[in-house]
Design a binder for this molecule. Sequence first.
Ligand SMILES: Nc1ncnc2c1ncn2[C@@H]1O[C@H](COP(=O)(O)OP(=O)(O)O)[C@@H](O)[C@H]1O
Ligand SMILES: [Mg+2]
Length: 259
Amino acid sequence: MLPFLDLTRCTWCGLLYTKKVPFQAFLRATFTLMAVLIWPNLLKATNHPSPPPAIAKTQFPTSVSISEILQAGKLVKPKPKKKATLVLEKFDVKTGEWHEEGVLDLLVDAEKFSSGGFRDAFLATSCNREEQQKWVIKKYNAKAKDAITNTLKTTEEDHTRKQVQMHSAARQLTKQFSIKAPSNFGQSFYYNRVFYTKFEEEPATVEEYVPGKFVKYINNNGECCSTPEDCTNEGRELVLKAACLVHFPLNTRKRGSCS
Ligand SMILES: Nc1ncnc2c1ncn2[C@@H]1O[C@H](COP(=O)(O)OP(=O)(O)O)[C@@H](O)[C@H]1O
Ligand SMILES: [Mg+2]
């Protein structure tokens, strides 16, 4: 008789199907071995279920209107996204130096969500489950690339770094302004964090996403923004406050310091 123990130790077909072993015995041995090998796994599966995969707890939104619920009847295709790992570089206004600030793992929407005169903006979400922060990656459009190379005679990398440098300077001045503003000024402004990076092999910026509607309260030509007829009092106040913020660095520059 064929001892089953030998089966696990030796090469399967080589050992078993020899002339010495009748074919029926070979088949019996095969099925018994299969049972021996499979059974413990079946037992494991039924007696000791493995822990379920880590899935975030179901959370129900506090209020969903009937029309929103009815929308669920229409098929919604997920937005195409791509994974990206960005190496961040931060500009230090005080020392005038660039520093590596770490790495961001993001899921980036393949389609841009907005664009300005120079750049296209892509929404990205941090891959970190605990803290799904939203970011905006900005890349130059074709017209801007042409202007940077042929009119400004510079490189995309230098131009992008300048964007971050100027943003960092504005952020610093805005911080100073908020500290100096009298208490009756009320709520002041702040700039989000912005970093230099490379996205899809091209120089890009990445900054914190600002939710809500984008409204322009100041412009680049030195003229104050006019307020529309139907502008709310809150809107008028924001325009005046923005003009104060613009005035502050100009005044500071005349005095030569912002401390
Ligand atoms: N941090 C942000 N959060 C949310 N939306 C943004 C942010 N930055 C830019 N956007 C959107 O992207 C558009 C283009 O960005 P912008 O900085 O104006 O690019 P450009 O360099 O071309 O002027 C904006 O008009 C706005 O709609
Ligand atoms: Mg713009």
